[in-house]
Design a protein around this ligand. Structure first.
Ligand SMILES: O=c1[nH]cnc2c1ncn2[C@@H]1O[C@H](CO)[C@@H](O)[C@H]1O
Ligand SMILES: [Zn+2]
Length: 355
């Protein structure tokens, strides 16, 4: 199989459907924001801060992984910081040719300095709109309820999602520690979202078994599943997910770090793909996991033997799984399919030399 380089993968048009705003900052930006806002960080240099905000392979669990967010959230409590971090995330994504990105975060975690929930959504939409004007990228926002926070708050966040329907917010999610915090507690929030004809996805089957995926689909109406790695433990449910074309938002490197899988070679994305499931490749957290979409493709190319044709198919499944109105999705997909057909691996430099 001809080897694809990181540059090849960067040149391909891509989606990122599962990326957390508060896990995808630039480290220098955290340092700058902390200085401006007089926020105390655990360290005040790039290298000093890195271990607190990038978890690495020795992370032992999702709960440990989630500790990094205390640091990032400490500097994401002002309108300006939300505009900036949203803009920079979309800029970083656009620079690796991500054409469509759905950014998620939980507004309730950004109220430490008294911002209103509306302002918190507005700020992120403003940052993303700035990036859309400058780069060739389309974006949408997914608001997250948090598993460990009360269901009443999830309901408020569901109402917020409804209030911003057709104004940039495209879906609702449930995130946070999975074990001991079942999704069914939050089913009223999902009911609210669904009854307003809005899409939803839930993190499930990452730090808990297939029962969690079952609840996400059958009690909360999930249209997509975040991670879903432990679907592998229930063949019957796996067939249901396959038959209903429910997309899985796979985030391979993050899954190794949270120990949803022991090592990359064990990642079920290969099996899911071979069985015909609709699987998508995503970052989860560009900074906390220290990754990019191109890097995730490189990892599965090298460690799970996905070849170029298969990678192209994964990319198409990403666009197909977008929470976009059908007409827009079809137009975007047509554009991307055209580019994928014309795509030839090999760096731009070597192409120029051949000319
Ligand atoms: O992989 C994950 N699994 C579950 N929750 C996560 C993951 N990554 C981030 N968050 C949680 O989602 C919140 C909103 O963005 C973050 O603050 C973090 O607590
Ligand atoms: Zn996630």
């Amino acid at each position: 199989m001809p080897k694809l380089t990181l540059q090849d993968l960067q040149r391909l048009p891509k989606t990122d459907l599962h990326v957390h705003l508060d896990g995808s900052l630039r480290i220098p930006t955290i340092l700058e924001l902390a200085e401006q806002q007089k926020v105390k960080l655990p360290a005040d240099s790039m290298e000093g801060l890195r271990p607190f905000v990038e978890v690495g392979e020795d992370c032992k669990s999702l709960v440990e992984y989630l500790r990094a967010f205390d640091v990032t959230l400490s500097v994401m409590q002002t309108y300006e910081s939300l505009v900036r971090t949203a803009f920079e995330l979309a800029e970083d994504a656009a620079k690796e040719n991500v054409r469509y990105m759905e950014v998620r975060y939980s507004p309730i975690l950004h109220q430490q300095k008294g911002l209103t929930l509306h302002a918190i959504v507005q700020a992120v939409l403003e940052g993303l709109a700035q990036a859309e004007r400058k780069y060739n990228i389309k974006t949408g926002v997914i608001l997250c309820g948090m598993r460990h926070i009360s269901p009443d708050i999830s309901l408020r966040l569901a109402d917020l999602t409804v209030a911003f329907k057709n104004k940039g917010v495209v879906g609702f999610d449930l995130a946070g520690a999975e074990e001991n915090f079942p999704a069914k507690r939050h089913k009223d929030a999902f009911g609210r979202v669904l009854q307003n004809n809005i899409n939803c996805t839930l993190h499930a089957g990452e730090a808990y078994g297939p029962e969690s995926i079952h609840q996400a689909i059958h009690l909360c109406g999930a249209h997509r599943i975040g991670h879903g790695v432990r679907l592998i433990e229930d063949g019957d449910l796996l067939n249901y997910v396959n038959d209903h074309r429910i997309p899985l938002e796979c985030c391979p490197s993050s899954n190794v770090q949270t120990k949803a899988v022991k090592k990359m070679a064990d990642h079920p994305i290969r099996l899911f793909y071979d069985l015909g499931l609709r699987v998508t490749v995503n970052t989860d957290n560009r900074m906390v996991t220290a990754t990019t979409v191109s890097h995730e493709f490189q990892v599965i190319h090298e460690e799970l033997n996905f070849n170029l044709e298969e990678i192209k198919e994964l990319i198409i499944m990403g666009f197909k799984s977008a929470f976009l109105p059908y007409a827009l999705k079809r137009a975007l997909l047509a554009e991307v399919v055209h580019e994928l057909k014309a795509f030839k691996p090999g760096s731009l430099e070597s192409k120029r030399e051949q000319l």
